[in-house]
Design a binder for this molecule. Structure first.
Ligand code: ASC
Length: 132
C-alpha cells in the first residue's frame, strides 16, 4: 500500500522519540538522577550516533508539514530551504560522531557531549520546528 502522510509523521515522531529517549538517559546520568553506568552510557551514545546516520529524507516527505497533516510541527521552511535543513541535520550527525566513546570514563564526561549534541538539536528546532 502507498505510504500515507500519517505513516511518515508517525515514523518521524518515533525517530525523534528514540533520540529523546537516549538523550534523556544521558541527561539523567549527567544530572545524577540516573546512576552512571559506563556500558549504558556508551549504548545510549552509540544509539544516538546510529540514529544520526539514518537517512532522514524519507521522514521529511513533502506534504507532511504543519498544517498539511494533523499533529505535525514541521515548518514549511524544511522544504523551502532544503540546503539549510540538510546542513543543520549534518551538524547534528557531525556532533553525534564519537558520542558512544566520549561518554565512557566517568559521569563527568557526559556533559560536554550533551552540550555539543543538544546545541545542534536546538539550532534545527529553532529554525524548522513550530514553536510551542
Ligand atoms: C532533547 C530533546 C531535544 C533536545 C533539545 C536540546 O533531549 O528532546 O529536543 O534535547 O532540548 O536543546
Amino acid at each position: 500500500a502507498a505510504q500515507s502522510s500519517k505513516d511518515v509523521l508517525e515514523a518521524r515522531h518515533g525517530y525523534m522519540r528514540m533520540l529523546a529517549l537516549n538523550m534523556g538517559q544521558l541527561a539523567g546520568m549527567a544530572k545524577g538522577e540516573i546512576e552512571y553506568d559506563e556500558a549504558a552510557a556508551a549504548t545510549a551514545g552509540a544509539n544516538i550516533e546510529a540514529l544520526a546516520q539514518y537517512s532522514a529524507a524519507g521522514l521529511f516527505v513533502p506534504g507532511t508539514a504543519n498544517g498539511e497533516v494533523e499533529g505535525s510541527d514541521a515548518l514549511p521552511a524544511i522544504w523551502e530551504k532544503p540546503g539549510q535543513f540538510a546542513q543543520e541535520f549534518k551538524a547534528f550527525a557531525d556532533a553525534a560522531a564519537g558520542a558512544g566513546e566520549a561518554v565512557k570514563g566517568g559521569q563527568g564526561n557526559i556533559g560536554a557531549v550533551l552540550q555539543k549534541l543538544g546545541g545542534t538539536c536546538k539550532d534545527c528546532h529553532d529554525d524548522f520546528r513550530k514553536p510551542e
